[in-house]
Design a protein around this ligand. Structure first.
Ligand code: ADP
Length: 162
């Protein structure tokens, strides 16, 4: 059984994240979405809200071979704990590459038996990030097509109150 962990803040889950998840779920038997509870990044949406967004979007796609957990320690420890062999990440611009090279070098040093698999962002998602979604929606701009349709209204309403 090939198991992977897709870590991130998912604050909130965008169609870029959804694209990577769908491709990862086709590639692996089981994918753990690992919600980062990093003290350096304080998420706007609660853990339960973020889980709800992911579940709603995945149900719409009829993809079921995934689980969601949160973690706040070292990623490689979480990967070992769930018995996975791979980490999944998405790559957008050059800035993502630089960061991912660094993280990957450290993860390889900490856990040489865990490898990272990268999915290139679709061209239309290259400039899409959770931060952009939060910025636009908090000023009342439309986020249609940036987040899964099923979550659009809830995300927009929550962010307008920001
Ligand atoms: P992090 O704080 O770890 O970057 P994010 O939730 O922002 O968490 O992103 C999680 C993962 O999804 C990262 O690997 C990121 O590069 C990837 N990702 C984010 N947005 C997109 C997108 N539009 N297309 C493809 N991958 C993306």
């Amino acid at each position: 059984m090939r198991t992977a962990v897709y870590p991130g803040s998912f604050d909130p889950f965008t169609i870029g994240h959804l694209d990577v998840m769908k491709r990862a779920c086709e590639t692996f038997d089981l994918v753990y979405v690992a919600l980062l509870n990093n003290s350096a990044k304080r998420p706007f949406f609660s853990k339960d809200e973020r889980v709800g967004f992911i579940d709603a979007a995945m149900a719409k796609e009829n993809v079921t071979n995934y689980k969601i957990s949160s973690f706040d320690g070292l990623l490689v420890d979480f990967v070992k704990q769930v018995g996975a062999g791979f980490i999944v990440r998405g790559l957008r611009a050059v800035t993502d590459f630089e960061y991912e090279f660094q993280i990957n070098a450290m993860n390889r040093k900490l856990a040489p038996d865990i490898d990272t698999v990268y999915f290139m962002a679709e061209p239309e998602n290259l400039f899409l990030s959770s931060s952009i979604v939060k910025e636009v929606a908090s000023y009342g701009g439309s986020i249609r097509g940036l987040v899964p349709d099923i979550n659009e209204k809830t995300i927009a309403e929550r962010l307008l109150q920001r």
